[in-house]
Design a protein around this ligand. Structure first.
Ligand code: ADP
Ligand code: ASP
Ligand code: MG
Length: 413
């Protein structure tokens, strides 16, 4: 008997008919003798709908109250799925994040999981019940409802799998695995049977929404066996999807580039004509960090005549806030000629562990983009990634061109 955590995303629980399908799959696993913990998202579109209601009332809604609202989406689906299971004769019990006691910090709308109490879930599992847990949510030390950031149900599932020492964590979604890039943008994208943890982490951090980045981080930390598969195939004949692997297997076919990720959620801020002196990066980014704004790419040019330009990217939701922080700090922590921003940018990244042993990939990437007349505004690299910021309007073209340039539609030889 093994313990399996199964997570179903919004589309997979988008209607009561689909919830019945989920219940059938859970029942199937249970009949095979497994213990099952199910994590569900809100029905598709529901979280957006809830957040839009708050935006109707305020341009800048209080984050604590946003979490109170957003968490209700998942509360509906745990109840519905439990009812569907019970109706099928499968004992089931629903839990909100607070009822499990998924303890998080108090960073509303992007809280981090600190601890999970597994006692109640264990007791239910041992008594033969399916445990149905609301994804995306937790509770802080003071009992406030928190949420884990968009796409956070993936993280709930992996964190529960780690806490319960589950044999496998299965992420069921509307595609049958992790592809070389988003198949909605490139229909020729190819499903990967396996992907290394490092590559998955990089793809997720660069914007591949198939797994939330924190879920991949958790999986790596606790070596959770993690698989992405389709919720739309029959339970008896679901294909194996994509397995996240932790060891590089020499016998494995290994492409140089595994995938392309992209992200439309960023904005670029350029602080022009700042003093080229020690401490300037801190003077600009210190207040940004204090305002709890995450910074992604950072570029500082070599200064000429004592001045330099400094640019960085932030999440688009935090763009206005970041500009406000800089406007406040300007003339206090630092002087500059001008602060300009652009929230119509996109980031495209190619990822592959083969980059470690191959040269010339950046040149190949830049050549492909140049061939389409796409201007590169910023570049950043890591050992296994090259990312560029471009004008948002060229995003889809860039992804398609790069997918082709690196032959990703073909299996590695
Ligand atoms: P869920 O609601 O199940 O969590 P998401 O919409 O969050 O589903 O994630 C699944 C979607 O991720 C797919 O429909 C696909 O459009 C998108 N996606 C982005 N990049 C990839 C990729 N590399 N492989 C597979 N899907 C991807
Ligand atoms: N319902 C949440 C969202 O839409 C969490 C999730 O689906 O993973 O972001
Ligand atoms: Mg998701």
């Amino acid at each position: 008997m093994s313990l399996i955590v199964q997570k179903f995303g919004g589309t997979s629980v988008g209607t009561t008919e689909r919830i019945k399908n989920v219940a059938r799959r859970v029942a199937h696993y249970r009949r095979q003798g497994h213990q099952v913990v199910v994590v569900v998202s809100a029905m598709s579109g529901e979280t957006n709908r809830l957040l839009a209601l708050a935006k109707d009332l305020s341009a800048n809604p209080d984050p604590r109250e946003l979490d109170v609202i957003a968490a209700t989406g998942e509360q509906v689906t745990i109840g519905l799925l439990s009812i569907a299971l019970i109706e099928m004769g499968v004992p089931a019990r629903s839990y909100t994040g607070g009822q499990v006691r998924v303890l998080t910090d108090s960073a509303h709308t992007k809280a981090r999981i600190l601890d999970i109490d597994q006692a109640a879930m264990r007791a239910d599992l041992d008594a033969g019940s399916v445990v149905v847990v609301a994804g995306f949510q937790g509770v802080d030390q003071d009992g406030n409802i928190t949420t884990l950031g968009r796409g956070g149900s993936d993280t709930s599932a992996v964190a529960l799998a780690a806490a319960l020492d589950a044999d496998e964590c299965q992420i069921y979604t509307d595609v049958d695995g992790v592809y070389t890039t988003d198949p909605r943008i490139v229909p020729e994208a190819r499903r990967l049977d396996r992907i290394t943890f490092e590559e998955m982490l990089e793809l997720a951090s660069q914007g591949s929404k198939v797994l939330q980045i924190r879920s991949v981080e958790f999986a790596g930390k606790y070596k959770v066996k993690l698989r992405v598969l389709s919720s739309f195939e029959e339970p008896e004949s679901t294909s194996a999807g994509t397995l996240i692997t932790y060891e590089e297997d020499d016998s494995m076919e290994q492409a140089i580039i595994s995938g392309i990720a992209f992200n439309r959620d960023e904005a670029r801020i350029l602080v022009m004509g700042v003093d080229d002196r020690p401490g300037i990066a801190y003077a600009i980014l210190g207040p940004i960090a204090e305002a709890n704004i995450d910074v992604d790419m950072i570029v500082q040019n070599i200064g000429a005549s004592g001045h330099t330009d400094f640019s960085f990217t932030v999440h688009r939701n935090e763009y206005r806030k970041a500009l406000d922080v800089l406007a406040r700090e300007r003339g206090r922590g630092f002087q500059c000629r001008e602060i300009v921003g652009d929230d119509r940018i996109a980031k495209v990244s190619v990822v592959g562990i083969g980059m470690r042993s191959h040269v010339g990939l950046a040149a190949q990437m830049f050549k492909a983009l140049a061939g389409e007349g796409i201007n590169i505004q910023m570049i950043s690299t890591s050992e296994i990634k090259i990312a560029v910021v471009i004008d948002e309007k060229y995003l889809e073209l860039a992804v398609r061109v790069l997918h082709q340039a690196f032959d990703l539609e073909k299996s590695p030889a």
